[in-house]
Write a protein that binds this ligand. Structure first.
Ligand SMILES: NC(=O)c1ccc[n+]([C@@H]2O[C@H](COP(=O)([O-])OP(=O)(O)OC[C@H]3O[C@@H](n4cnc5c(N)ncnc54)[C@H](OP(=O)(O)O)[C@@H]3O)[C@@H](O)[C@H]2O)c1
Length: 248
């Protein structure tokens, strides 16, 4: 019997896939939400099933979160899976789906700003709200995947950093609103996996990381699991950045 049902948005590849894997290894039944990474997610679930003696470790849910219909479909599919699994409710909700593209401040148009706001703030707000009762029933927890940009000026990323700051504050507020039944925290990865367009910048960031290397998706996934397992932690932001945040 699984520990509970967890939903990882954008859980089919990169860091999300590692979070999925870590949760399955800890005994969770994971709903792996994807928009495009359906094949990757299916492959991951079959690998995990083999590794765990053939048990069903999770299932894939497809939804484009840029539309209201997509969001409604994710909520419906998740509720159906909770029923099928005979779980008390949703045990863990990981807001991992994200968009990350550089654009000069002067060139960001309303559509791009709205899409960043949509994925980083609106969707986590509405998704958590939709599952509030279910999360309470399972004494569940919520984790927002933010980053280490807060209070810094990251060139060409104002639309991204501003909306990730919104997600961080949303999570902090919900740590109060959903208490005492539901814990809400954030994980803030540092330099973990470069986007294809930022290889040069990424290398210059790593030079400033006190631990002298970039992090791995496993480092991030372990932090997510730590927060899930830590019953007295709520309203926290865990930086997984090799000390970058405190570097001079
Ligand atoms: N990579 C890093 O070093 C780093 C650093 C700091 C913070 N973080 C944070 O850590 C988390 C994971 O990072 P990552 O680099 O692995 O993320 P990512 O690759 O940029 O995005 C994760 C997933 O979000 C999903 N997504 C994007 N738009 C969507 C939409 N409209 N509808 C539904 N899903 C959508 C995509 O799913 P599909 O592939 O299925 O389309 C994508 O795989 C993110 O929240 C990110 O902000 C990462």
């Amino acid at each position: 019997m699984a520990k509970g049902v967890a939903l990882v948005t954008g859980g089919g590849r990169r860091i999300g896939a590692e979070i999925t894997s870590e949760l399955i290894d800890d005994g969770w039944y994971v709903l792996v939400h994807v928009r495009q990474s359906y094949e990757e997610a299916n492959k991951l679930l079959s690998q995990k099933s083999k590794q765990h003696g053939g048990i069903e470790c999770g299932s894939v849910v497809i939804a484009d979160l840029s539309t209201d219909e997509g969001l409604a479909s994710l909520i419906e599919q998740t509720n159906a899976a909770i029923l099928t699994q005979k779980a008390e409710g949703l045990g863990a909700l990981i807001h991992n789906a994200s968009i990350y593209k550089s654009n000069d401040y002067g060139s960001v148009d309303l559509a791009e700003l709205r899409m960043n706001t949509r994925i980083h703030i609106e969707v986590p707000f509405l998704l958590t709200q939709a599952f509030a009762v279910s999360l309470r029933a399972a004494s569940g927890c919520v984790i927002g995947m933010v980053d280490t940009s807060l209070g810094r000026a990251w060139k060409g990323l104002s639309h991204y950093t501003a909306t990730k700051a919104g997600l961080r504050q949303l999570m902090m507020n919900l740590a109060g609103d959903l208490a005492p039944d539901v814990r809400v925290n954030c994980v803030a990865p540092g330099a973990i996996m470069a986007a294809p367009w930022e290889a040069e910048h990424f290398a210059s960031v790593i030079e400033k990381v006190p631990l002298g290397r970039g992090g791995s998706p496993v480092d991030v996934a372990k932090a997510v699991l730590f927060l899930i397992q830590s019953d007295y932690l709520s309203g926290q932001v865990l930086n997984v950045d090799g000390g970058w945040t405190v570097a001079p």
